[in-house]
Design a protein around this ligand. Structure first.
Ligand SMILES: Cc1cc2nc3c(=O)[nH]c(=O)nc-3n(C[C@H](O)[C@H](O)[C@H](O)COP(=O)(O)OP(=O)(O)OC[C@H]3O[C@@H](n4cnc5c(N)ncnc54)[C@H](O)[C@@H]3O)c2cc1C
Ligand code: FES
Length: 496
């Protein structure tokens, strides 16, 4: 193709050797890379070029145009590259390039050696992000992941989405195949709960009596559902959704359920409601707020999401909570009653802090970490839902519950375990899926004084900006993936 046919920052799709390729222009440089993201096959032709990276439109993976490496999750695997040749004003995509070889550990500014052993507590997003990055960076020391889960790291966000509706079999839920852990020499210890940390002795103690020594430690224990005590209800009557086992239990009961009650209009509660409706189960949502998702997304998106669920037959009981449960009958605070043979509680989570508290680490509604994700103890890092970090974009210390943030923090903690001293400064990002509607959200706005809607909320094609003092803190988009990427890039450029 001619050089003039592709503007700076432009992306075009084609084929090379029978494979789909995108050709990208960055100034006078041209790059040919695979056309699909290795996370969920996002079409990179719809992505955004930011500096020397290509961003995936679906969940914002960040891919190096030079090496094809996914520099930031949620994709982990590299995409292929092709050699590009320019002859006069014509661009030719030539042969496929070999995958880059294994990296060598970088030398650190302070000349420190990498730790002889790393223990990661947790088997979720942050934990796998860290383990994968340690090995990718060339770390070959002892690496142990200890997880209370009974499954190797899996796609937790999918538990309330495709998995619940039966569209994702068990095998698709794994983030990595079992052989990956063997090949990468990652000692994955499942079904094992760490009960105590002895930081001075550099040792973790498990409930089963085993102990593991470490030179560097990552705490990636995530969060656990807030449990409500409801009069009359037995524990077995109420479902929570955090783990694969929780999801399997809901799927099993949903198989015979006719009516479900979802308590809480959180993202997870509403995603569960959408999935249960998709299965043809009648759904009542009971929540104390006036509008679902209002606290995070404001009344406009809250109202639209409520309308979407109502159009799918969900009945809302807002400004209410459940007072008692007797067999299949729920009594609400207003005295109204409703029937349900499946009850799911989605009333939020709290960070799993007990180990950190017991070990005397600084905590403040999360484990306090610095910009390198290091806790108050040297060599002990924390990442994911459990960590509260100084976010350079909002200027606040924040803790979020976002999949991509947890993975990226795990990745950055890994680099800092290796002594690279890189700041965690990624813009927070999350997505949520309700029926066929996806909401993307970049930035972080706990409080805002104005919102600006670009587009048409009712047509489900819009970007909502959350502002304080005229500054955009966060942007939520529906059907505007490019806008979401642009907002993220603008926030990245603003930081500092
Ligand atoms: C159903 C559901 C849907 C979601 N959907 C989305 C979504 O669409 N988009 C989005 O951005 N986010 C979503 N999230 C949130 C996202 O999954 C979390 O932000 C993310 O999993 C946090 O990762 P983490 O590694 O910090 O914690 P987790 O993934 O929770 O992992 C914590 C790990 O620590 C282990 N652990 C805890 N304590 C111990 C201990 N003492 N000893 C050993 N192991 C321990 C646990 O077993 C687990 O393996 C969803 C969450 C759920 C539950
Ligand atoms: S499909 Fe690319 S980040 Fe999810």
């Amino acid at each position: 193709m001619s050089v003039r046919d592709l503007a700076d920052g432009g992306i075009t799709v084609g084929q090379a050797g029978g494979e789909d390729v995108v050709l990208v222009r960055r100034g006078e440089a041209f790059f040919a890379v695979g056309a699909n993201c290795t996370h969920y096959h996002g079409a990179l032709s719809q992505g955004l070029v930011v500096g020397d990276t290509l961003r995936c439109p679906l969940h914002h993976a960040c891919i190096s145009l030079h090496s094809g490496e996914t520099m930031r999750a949620p994709a982990f695997d590299s995409i292929p590259r092709w050699r590009v040749e320019r002859i006069d004003d014509k661009i030719f995509v030539r042969e496929k390039l070999p995958e880059p070889g294994r990296k060598q550990l970088r030398s650190t500014t302070d000349g420190r050696k990498p730790p002889a052993s790393v223990v990661i507590i947790g088997g979720g997003a942050a934990a796998l992000g860290a383990a994968e990055m340690l090995r990718r960076e060339g770390y070959d020391g002892r690496l142990t992941m200890i997880s209370a889960d009974d499954w190797p790291p899996y796609d937790r966000p999918n538990l309330s989405k495709d998995f619940l509706v039966g569209a994702a079999p068990d095998d698709w839920m794994r983030l990595r195949l079992p052989e990956y852990y063997r090949e990468q020499n990652i000692d994955l210890v499942l079904n094992s709960r760490v009960s105590a940390l002895d930081i001075p002795a550099k040792r973790v103690h498990l409930e089963n009596g085993e102990t593991y020594g470490f030179e560097a430690l990552l705490i990636a224990t995530g969060a656990e559902p807030v449990r409500l005590k409801i009069d009359g209800a037995t524990d077995s009557q109420i479902h929570y959704l955090r783990t694969f086992a929780d999801a399997r239990a809901i799927v099993s009961q949903a198989a015979s359920a006719k009516r479900a009650a979802v308590v809480g209009a959180s993202f997870i509660g509403l995603e569960v409601a959408a999935s249960l409706r998709t299965l043809g189960i009648a759904v009542d949502v009971i929540a104390p707020e006036k509008q679902p998702l209002e606290r995070v997304m404001g009344p406009e998106i809250g109202g639209m999401i409520r309308g979407l669920h109502e159009a799918h037959g969900v009945r809302f009981h807002l400004g209410e909570t459940v007072k008692r449960i007797d067999a299949n009958t729920l009594t609400l605070t207003s005295g109204a009653t409703l029937e349900a043979d499946l009850v799911v509680l989605g009333v939020g989570v709290s960070p799993s802090l007990s180990l950190a508290e017991q070990a005397g680490l600084a905590t403040d509604r999360g484990i306090v970490v610095n910009e390198y994700l290091e806790t108050s103890a040297a060599g002990v890092f924390a990442a994911g839902d459990v960590a509260r970090w100084p976010d350079p974009h909002s200027g606040e210390r924040i803790r979020v519950e976002h999949w991509v943030v947890a993975e990226r923090q795990g990745q950055m903690a890994a680099k800092n375990i290796l002594g690279y001293r890189e700041r965690f400064d990624a813009v927070p990002f999350f997505w949520s899926q309700h029926y066929d509607l996806a909401i993307n959200y970049v930035g972080h706005a706990e409080r805002w004084d104005s919102t600006e809607i670009d587009g048409d909320l009712n047509a489900r094609d819009c970007a909502v900006s959350y502002k304080r003092g005229g500054r955009t803190l966060a942007v939520a988009t529906i059907s505007r993936d490019q806008k979401s990427l642009e907002a993220e890039a603008a926030m990245e450029a603003q930081k500092g």
